[in-house]
Design a protein around this ligand. Structure first.
Ligand code: IMP
Ligand code: MG
Length: 175
């Protein structure tokens, strides 16, 4: 496997990431004003962001994990399947989907439509990174930590061939 580590440039340091997540956590706390919230973290990449986000929040949360993937190949196609579903009902509950990145938006669009059929009280989306230039699906994101350029990022949950997720910073590969 290609060794990326010496080619990586730092996009956001660990400190920048944590400071920004703290800001977003405070905004989320204000919006839910003491109401309860179900956090749905999307495996695998969003786990890192989710853990840091919820630890910085005061809102009472329940944690759910879901895993979805594109049907064919690695390119996002819009053909999404649920690999791991919810463990508990979200009917009548405030729900926040926590995802690592929105790229084409097909994954989140699918998730949002699916979760809406389960009749939550409210349904919002938080992402760590938004590659706006690549959007194909029409979808509203409620909380964004970083708007990024169209670069391939790794670290802090983002993988290259399942590797590098555990870097504490977000790096990118020069195109
Ligand atoms: P989309 O919004 O449906 O196109 O897909 C988003 C998914 O693509 C994310 O959950 C990531 O798994 C993956 N992805 C998109 N851009 C990157 C990147 O720069 N690095 C690592 N994974 C990425
Ligand atoms: Mg993902």
């Amino acid at each position: 496997m290609e060794n990326l580590e010496n080619k990586l440039k730092v996009m956001y340091t660990e400190e920048t990431i944590q400071n920004r997540i703290k800001e977003v956590a405070e905004i989320i706390d204000k919006d839910y004003k003491g109401e309860e919230l179900v956090i749905i973290s999307v495996l695998k990449g969003a786990v890192f962001f989710t853990v840091d986000l919820v630890k910085k929040m005061k809102t009472q949360i329940e944690l759910e994990l879901m895993q979805v993937s594109s049907y064919k190949g690695t390119q996002s196609t819009g053909n999404i399947i649920v690999k791991k579903d919810l463990d508990s009902s979200i009917e009548g509950k405030n729900v926040l989907i926590v995802e690592d990145i929105i790229d084409t938006g097909y994954t989140l669009k699918y998730l949002q439509e699916y979760l809406q059929t389960l009749n939550p009280k409210s349904l919002k989306i938080a992402v760590l990174a938004d590659k706006k230039a690549r959007r194909k699906a029409d979808i509203k994101i409620d909380y964004t930590c970083f708007e990024i350029e169209d670069k391939f990022i790794v670290g802090y949950g983002f993988d290259f061939d399942e590797k590098y997720r555990n870097l504490p910073y977000i790096g990118y590969v020069e195109n």
